[in-house]
Design a protein around this ligand. Structure first.
Ligand SMILES: [Zn+2]
Length: 155
């Protein structure tokens, strides 16, 4: 289960709206308690997608509207910030402009490079510039598929 403070949830929504119609990306700072994760802050990263991967013909390789790239250096910066606050990285978030909060095949491949088995992959849907549904996913079966996990906003 993933628990977000109202402030953390609002920060993800605001970031997703600010980068619309491009995807945003960031890290979740918090505490891991058994399999439960509590998110107490967010770290806004830059979507550094610049066509790092060759895609299908006809695809615009520089578009950030349906993909993101999380630079490992940003991951390290977020990790340092988490440690300085006595927290740890418990997940990553990105937005889906005008798409449901369900992970794409590209997300599944990308997620295999980030985090461990309990790492949360949070997706914020944005519709016409306004934050919509929020969902959290866990990579299971050795990265073969995502499984949705429950989100609680608390307190
Ligand atoms: Zn995605």
């Amino acid at each position: 289960m993933l628990t977000l403070t109202p402030d953390a949830a609002a920060a993800i929504a605001a970031h997703a709206e600010a980068t619309y119609p491009d995807e945003c990306v960031g890290l979740l700072l918090g505490r891991l308690e058994a399999d439960d994760k509590v998110v107490l802050g967010v770290f806004r990263a830059e979507n550094r997608w610049q066509g790092q991967v060759t895609l299908a013909e006809g695809d615009d390789p520089t578009s950030r509207r349906d993909r993101f790239y999380l630079d490992p250096r940003d991951y390290m910066r977020a990790d340092r910030e988490a440690r300085s606050r006595g927290l740890e990285l418990v997940g990553v978030y990105h937005s889906h402009p005008d798409h449901p909060a369900a992970p794409s095949e590209r997300d599944r491949v990308g997620a295999q490079a980030i985090g461990g088995t309990s790492f949360a992959f949070v997706i914020q849907s944005v519709r016409s510039g306004s934050a919509a549904e929020l969902a959290s996913w866990l990579l299971v079966d050795d990265g073969a598929r995502f499984e949705q996990e429950e989100i609680t906003i608390w307190p």
